[in-house]
Write a new protein. Structure first.
Length: 712
């Protein structure tokens, strides 16, 4: 998107989020900041409008830029007759838009009649590339003026957009049958009007332009049920269609960017609510709430020192970590209390030791296993046991090759007590090994499993299983996470955790936390239900997991914070509603206090669940402590919106409660052709109040409490 496009969209977003309503309550600091942003953006747009009414992008005029700019000013109350800094900014922008409407046969092209896009100067047939995108924005701007003089131009443009929808009626949209684009493309809109499929890939639909086209057709009142239904089907099919993970940042759990929709922030900016299909089969959809303000507690700030490992032990309630001066040839070991107090350097280490890379606590917190070279002459590091009670370093265990990723068995007795697993490449590729602290006997646990490499082993809390990273685990050669018994038997390849590494067990052994592509992912210990969780930041190295009212992860931050050891709180999402059909749970809204959420869902989602029932308005506590409450009856009812003080909910409903016998809520109602507006207490105890009378409003949506109720 161009600079002016971004400015216009950002301004529209600020206006829509902040609102501008007469007689509103005193502005909060947040609202003041939004208002200032709007003023600054309008000033920038006013100062940068070109003489012809457009805004330039990379040296070219741009219809979409003119459309976004005009809508930004109109949303702030400037119409075509209004001056801004001495100029008719809206009128000039609209005039430019109208000047770019194309006739049939423009530049020899047979499919341009009615479209509105910048054609270049001199005209260039290649500029048709953005024709759909620009036409959609142009239609929105023209419709927003409310000027009936533009009806013919809007009709021509929407007719062109309607033809652009991918369907079976036009053979040139289907392309070469051998190309086999599939029916999943039907119903969508692309960047440009459909041309023969072999001319340009951009003729195929994409998600963003399908959404823009739908909005434009709706704004002009030109959308039909068939067009809408086909487009929604295409958008549904965009789950898993034509996307590039390299250019996406997934801030929501589930691993699939398209499984989450209708994301809204709570009033405090600490949580988001959204609907997602991540917990249900057959693409069902439920309502979730997710904390995003994860807490971080600094344990140690070593300034310029570089920290490579940090481990926590609950018995000692201490953290051990290694740190070194930049460029130094050795690392020192430090101890610190869990809360960051009592930082000390570990005594008893040889003064000239060369390196101390890896650490592991004994389960009782009295010993540390340390991978180190004690002298510069020592060719290979060994694993040494440090006794914290006597501050003495014992002899090496005789491991002939560097051992890293140490982890001490949690068993206090039995065959696996005093066993340490580690990663080593002594026999070739990296493998997971085990050494007995007392007998010094070693064993390769993953030899013969068929992996090219394996490592990052971690004991389960009860000592019965080991999680580790290995590659490959798929026929395509991808790595991932596996489980095995301590003797190397009962291998379990967790194929759902492909591309995962550095697994960490939850203290109760029911979950695995691991890294995938720089993100922190939480899954069940059998590999099911993997979800991306906060923190959404760079993780340098994963430490240990503790539970202290909340889930905390000891970790080392990534680049830019190399000298810090931190605890980081993370919070998996909470499901607030059962899962219904794909689009049956939606239109969620936070109460002003942020303690409850309203949403739409079928009337019988609880018992027995029926995802195909009529849509109703529900309210649920944001912490998920109690089940949702139906506040509208059987429905159909939708589009709930909260009153500013949170004491009422308004919604639209297509039924008439007047004259119905029985107690509230009624078992049935008389459905009306046109909806009316209702208000109800959010606890759902008292019946709703009809504000507008049955069949009195030719609308289908309650838009906003503070700015009034209006049809769309």
């Amino acid at each position: 998107m161009t600079l002016v496009g971004r400015a216009g969209v950002a301004l529209l977003a600020a206006v829509l989020l902040g609102g501008v309503s007469a007689g509103s309550a005193p502005e909060t600091p947040h609202q003041v900041a939004i208002d200032q942003t709007i003023d600054d953006a309008l000033a920038w747009l006013g100062a940068n409008q070109d003489p012809n009414g457009s805004w330039s992008a990379a040296g070219d005029n741009f219809v979409a830029g003119a459309g976004f700019g005009a809508m930004a000013f109109m949303r702030q109350g400037y119409d075509e007759a209004a001056l801004y800094s001495g100029r008719l900014v809206v009128a000039d922008a609209i005039a430019f838009i109208l000047s770019q409407q194309k006739p049939a046969g423009w530049e020899g092209l047979s499919y341009t009649e009615g479209s509105i896009f910048w054609g270049g100067d001199p005209p260039d047939a290649g500029s048709v590339y953005h024709s759909n995108y620009e036409t959609s924005v142009a239609v929105m701007a023209l419709a927003m003026t409310g000027n009936s003089d533009y009806d013919d131009e809007i009709a021509a443009a929407t007719a062109w957009l309607d033809k652009d929808q991918w369907d079976e009626q036009y053979p040139n949209k289907v392309g070469d049958p051998e190309d086999s684009v599939g029916e999943e493309w039907l119903g969508g809109f692309g960047y440009q009007c459909m041309v023969p499929a072999d001319e340009d890939w951009s003729a195929r639909p994409d998600l963003s332009n399908s959404q823009l086209s739908l909005v434009a057709l709706a704004a002009a009142g030109a959308i039909t049920a068939d067009v809408a239904e086909d487009a929604i089907t295409y958008i549904h099919n965009c789950q898993g269609l034509d996307r590039d993970p390299e250019n996406q940042i997934n801030l929501l759990p589930g691993g699939d960017l398209w499984c989450a929709a209708n994301v809204i922030w709570d009033p405090t900016g600490t949580q988001i609510a959204y609907n997602s299909a991540m917990d249900a089969p057959d693409e069902a959809c439920g309502l979730y709430v997710q904390r995003v303000d994860v807490a971080e507690m600094l344990v140690a700030d070593m300034g310029s020192l570089e920290i490579s490992r940090a481990r926590y032990n609950s018995a000692a309630d201490k953290i051990a970590f290694t740190a070194s001066e930049p460029g130094a040839d050795h690392l020192d070991i430090y101890l610190v209390n869990r809360d960051g107090t009592g930082l000390t350097e570990l005594p008893g280490m040889p003064e000239q030791h060369w390196g101390a890379w890896e650490l592991a606590w004994s389960p009782d917190g009295t010993k540390l296993a340390i991978t180190a070279c004690l002298t510069e002459e020592q060719e290979q590091p060994d694993v040494y046991i440090y006794d914290l009670a006597t501050d003495t370093l014992g002899p090496g265990l005789g491991i002939a090759m560097c051992a890293w990723n140490l982890d001490w068995s949690p068993a206090r007795r039995g065959p696996y007590a005093d066993k340490i697993i580690y990663t080593s490449c002594i026999t070739g590729p990296a493998s997971v090994w085990m050494v007995d602290v007392n007998t010094k006997v070693t064993a390769d646990l993953t030899v013969g499993m068929g992996f090219d490499c394996a490592g990052y082993g971690r004991w389960s809390p009860d000592g019965s299983r080991i999680a580790f990273s290995a590659s490959p685990i798929t026929p395509e050669g991808q790595g991932g996470i596996c489980l095995m018994d301590p003797d190397g038997s009962n291998l379990d390849v967790l194929t759902e955790l492909v591309e995962g590494s550095e697994p960490r067990w939850s203290p109760d052994g029911t979950k695995l936390l691991f890294l995938r592509g720089g993100s922190l992912v939480l899954a069940n210990s059998d590999g099911t239900d993997p979800r991306t969780v906060p923190p959404f930041r760079e993780i340098g190295w994963l430490g240990d997991w503790r539970v202290d009212g909340q889930d905390w992860l000891l970790y080392l931050p990534g680049a830019g914070s190399a000298g810090k050891v931190c605890w980081l709180e993370f919070a998996p999402p909470v499901q607030l509603s059962p899962c219904g059909s794909l689009w049956s749970v939606g239109h969620a809204g936070w109460s002003p206090a942020g303690d409850r959420i309203s949403f739409e869902a079928p009337h019988n989602i609880l018992d027995p669940p029926d995802p195909n029932g009529e849509s109703c308005v529900w309210v649920v506590d944001a912490d998920g402590a109690s089940p949702p409450v139906n506040v509208s009856g059987e429905g159909p009812a939708d589009w709930p919106t909260w009153s500013p003080d949170g004491s009422k909910l308004a919604f639209a409903a297509r039924f008439d409660l007047f004259g119905l016998p029985g107690d509230w809520p009624p078992e049935s109602g008389t459905e009306c052709d046109m909806p009316s507006v209702w208000v109800v207490d959010p606890d759902g105890v008292a019946p709703p109040l009809n504000l507008s009378g049955s069949e009195s409003m030719a609308s289908w949506r309650v838009d906003s409490w503070s700015s009034g109720i209006r049809g769309t």
